[in-house]
Design a protein around this ligand. Structure first.
Ligand code: NDP
Length: 257
């Protein structure tokens, strides 16, 4: 359980769901973890921090709205000041808004793209600058989605933002390779977290969703965290520019008829 011993990791949107699981697993693996949460969030970030800190007491909470550059730069500076460096940055924070394409407003579009795409840009840029300045490489991990690839009617802004994350990650993999910063996506699909609450609480909608998943069930945040540990660890030294699907085979569910 020491695959990330003494590494310094930041996880955005870490007070719930996948982000919380990744932060917790990283701490279990010996990392010093900064648990990011959104200012004004209704999520219980104290409870999330306590859970992460139960595995590594050095864990700390950092407040920042990932869609605001000044927040993000302050957050990265706080992490570097507290721990002396930043080795691993997980771009997990994300939102979705369901709306038919013909009705999507500019505000809705801009909100989703600001968190999911601009947020990944500004957080990974600030993190990569810190990694490159210190030298010695690093790991940028993006939590995109199966919808970096699969269309999802009525979620156009979400799909566009996640497709953008996929392409951004591939570009960064090339630009940052000389600095030994690995860049990879994890693309989850149908994970039981608050983002899917309305489906999980509706038995018929849940059954419909499960019928699309070859593995026959929703995934767990812990199953996403397992892949994140690999991508954050030294074992993934030669892995960059890739997407790892954690989706029970959802992306393969295209039949000929
Ligand atoms: P959650 O809603 O539990 O997690 C999202 C987290 O992001 C929340 O803690 C949320 O905090 C935080 N967040 C939202 N906006 C901001 C912001 N501006 N600044 C900082 N933090 C913010 O859902 P998941 O754990 O499922 O989602 C995590 C990631 O996984 C997302 O990027 C999502 O798109 C992706 N994903 C999830 C899938 C799934 O099936 N669950 C499938 C594919 C992708 P708050 O609620 O306080 O705003």
């Amino acid at each position: 359980m020491d695959r990330l011993k003494d590494k310094v990791a930041l996880v955005t949107g870490a007070s719930s769901g996948i982000g919380k699981s990744i932060a917790t697993r990283f701490a279990q693996e010996g990392a010093h973890v900064a648990v990011n949460y959104r200012p004004g969030s209704a999520k219980d970030h104290d409870a999330a921090l306590a859970e992460v800190a139960s595995f590594n007491a050095t864990a700390t909470a950092v407040e920042a709205d990932v869609s605001k550059r000044e927040d993000v730069e302050r957050m990265i500076a706080q992490v570097v000041e507290k721990f002396g460096r930043l080795d691993i940055c997980v771009n997990n924070a994300g939102i979705e808004i369901k709306r038919p394409f013909l009705e999507v407003s500019d505000d809705e579009w801009n909100k989703v793209v600001a968190v999911n795409l601009y947020g990944c840009f500004v957080v990974s840029q600030a993190a990569a600058r810190a990694m490159v300045k210190r030298g010695g490489g690093g790991k940028l991990i993006f939590i995109s989605s199966v919808h970096e690839d699969i269309p999802f009617p009525e979620y156009t802004a979400y799909c566009a933002s996640k497709g953008g994350v996929r392409m951004m990650m591939r570009n960064l993999a090339m630009e940052l390779a000389p600095y030994r910063v690995n860049c990879n996506n994890i693309a989850p699909g149908a994970i039981a977290t608050p983002i899917n609450q309305s489906v999980l609480e509706d038995p018929q909608a849940k059954q419909n969703a499960i019928s699309e998943i070859p593995w026959g069930r929703f995934g767990t945040p812990e199953e996403v965290a397992s892949v994140a540990v690999f991508l954050a660890s030294d074992e993934s030294e030669y892995v960059t520019g890739s997407t790892y699907y954690v989706d029970g085979g959802l992306t393969q569910q295209v039949t000929a008829y």
